[in-house]
Ligand binder design. Structure first.
Ligand SMILES: Nc1nc2c(c(=O)[nH]1)N[C@@H](CN(C=O)c1ccc(C(=O)N[C@@H](CCC(=O)O)C(=O)O)cc1)CN2
Length: 284
């Protein structure tokens, strides 16, 4: 079913839900899903409304301007309008580890992810055979401290050429620049292999082992300039024991990473994530 999704945030006040519903009804909209949340401390209102588009009397490119004129301005809304078609284009960035890549390509192949994957980009050539076995173009762009700018420029050119909508860092072990992130604000999802805010950085399993924790986890978050500090979309944990070695922690953790990342991708694809002050509201 062709759907439109509105994601709204604005100062909280009476009548917002009523006016948004009346707007959709006035243009013959059949509301399919509606959720809202009030952050009382911040005095902020958040809402997600999804409705059937085929019977809607406004054309796709008329909706945002009509909504802004009739509702948005009145409530000083910040809103984003999305459609569940055409399929969004998702680029995957990887380094040497394949577990998250395999999980994503396997779910995509099984029809579990409503996306197109036009390309995979990596700073190592190791995973080229796997990606090409799934019939997806693989681009090897080495990155080091001296060529990061030119490497990122090449990455951005490929992303633009393939009209990529959002990016998944599937254990991509390079810190991306603020300039790169500026092109995809809240559209880069990273899987960090720890239960943030514990153990930021490149080697969380070693840090967890040294600390002797009894629970490890994974965190999917939108990427910001500050490492492992962006808005958290999803987290998951697993119990570990004193006798677990580092390789065992890695194995337990990698299973958690895969599940956590796939959930975060689905929430993003279903337009169920709003961001506010470096945090997220997820309308499950
Ligand atoms: N701007 C950001 N870039 C990236 C983030 C992020 O949150 N903000 N997350 C990382 C992924 N990551 C942890 O989840 C991570 C990746 C890389 C490193 C790191 O220290 N890398 C070294 C090089 C390591 C190597 O070459 O193997 C570096 O870049 O100098 C820490 C954490 C993805 N990017």
């Amino acid at each position: 079913m062709n759907k439109a999704i509105l994601l709204i945030q604005c100062p909280d006040q009476k009548g917002i839900v009523s006016d948004v519903s009346r707007f959709l009804y006035s243009y013959n909209g059949n509301i399919l899903e509606v959720d809202q949340h009030v952050d009382e401390e911040m005095g902020m209102f958040f809402m997600r409304a999804a409705w059937e588009l085929d019977s809607f009397s406004l054309k796709k490119d008329e909706i945002a301007s009509r909504f802004e004129a009739e509702i948005g301005k009145k409530f000083q809304m910040e809103f984003k309008l999305h459609f569940n078609f055409p399929k969004p284009k998702m680029a995957v960035f990887v380094s040497k580890l394949s577990h998250c890549l395999f999980d994503i390509l396997g779910r995509h192949h099984a029809g579990q992810l409503e996306v197109d994957i036009p390309l995979v980009i990596s700073n190592h050539a190791d995973l080229k055979p796997i990606v090409e076995a799934f019939g997806i173009p693989f681009f090897y762009i080495p990155v080091n401290t001296s060529n990061k700018d030119t490497a990122e420029a090449e990455q951005l050119a490929l992303l633009k050429e393939h009209r990529v909508d959002f990016i998944v860092l599937a254990r991509y072990m390079q810190v991306v620049s603020a300039e790169f992130i500026r092109h995809f604000p809240n559209r880069i999802i990273n899987i960090h292999h720890s239960f943030l805010p514990a153990f930021v950085g490149a080697r969380p399993y070693h840090a967890a082992y040294e600390r002797g924790v009894k629970i490890i986890g994974a965190t999917a978050h939108y990427v910001t300039e500050e490492l492992d500090a962006g808005p958290i979309i999803e987290q998951e944990v697993a119990r570990v024991r004193h006798h677990n070695t580092i390789p065992e922690l890695v194995q337990i953790g990698q299973d958690v990473e895969k599940v956590t990342l796939s959930k975060a991708i689905k929430y993003h694809l279903d337009r169920k994530v709003l961001t506010f002050k470096n945090k997220t509201i997820i309308f499950y």
